[in-house]
Write a new protein. Structure first.
Length: 188
């Protein structure tokens, strides 16, 4: 399974771990990768100030939770309302896995997992990719995301797609600020 990540070395171990995990572990680890990308995308939009960032993004800060970060991402224009809804759905599914004391699987979450990706989603993303195509970053297509009825695959593809959207935003935000973009959109 291919992942587009902002820093391949940072996420290498997590991405190797996901296929080895049972459903609960895969959901939690994959969503952690997404959470990190969301934090990086939000920070790429803001001016950096370490003491204030520590207060805002940790402990009881206003952006310490995944839910509040998802909402802030929408307000910052990092993604569409549709992606915002998908990310909250991913969060809810992850929370079900993390907090349930009962046996749980992607099969028991299949109704929600099936809402994460659609052929329309891929068409939307292909339009986004057209906007970032440059000589250094060749055109990307989502043919790797073939449709699936497997709830685990649907969930992981939804997380991958959200990570891709955030990676693109990180690249564009850094480029807009005149910062050096380390590498390109990296597929692992």
């Amino acid at each position: 399974m291919s992942w587009f990540v902002s820093d391949p070395m940072k996420y290498r171990h997590a991405l190797i771990e996901i296929p080895k995990q049972r459903d609960r572990g895969a959901a939690i680890v994959a969503t952690s990768v997404l959470e990190e990308h969301l934090l990086e995308a939000i920070q790429s939009k803001l001016d950096r100030h370490d003491p204030v960032e520590k207060k805002v993004f940790s402990g009881y800060g206003p952006l310490a939770t995944f839910s509040s970060r998802i909402d802030m991402g929408l307000l910052l224009g990092l993604y569409s309302v549709g992606h915002h809804k998908r990310m909250h759905l991913i969060r809810r599914i992850r929370n079900n896995f993390a907090h349930s004391m009962h046996p749980i699987s992607f099969k028991s979450q299949s109704a929600d997992c099936s809402k994460l990706v659609s052929s329309r989603t891929y068409r939307e993303m292909n339009k986004v990719f057209d906007a970032i195509t440059t000589p250094e970053q060749p055109q990307i297509r989502l043919s790797m995301f073939r449709s699936s009825t497997n709830p685990r695959t649907q969930f992981l593809r939804g997380v991958q797609l959200a990570c891709m959207v955030l990676c693109i935003q990180i690249i564009l935000n850094k480029r807009d600020k005149g910062q050096e973009v380390s590498g390109k959109l990296s597929q692992v």
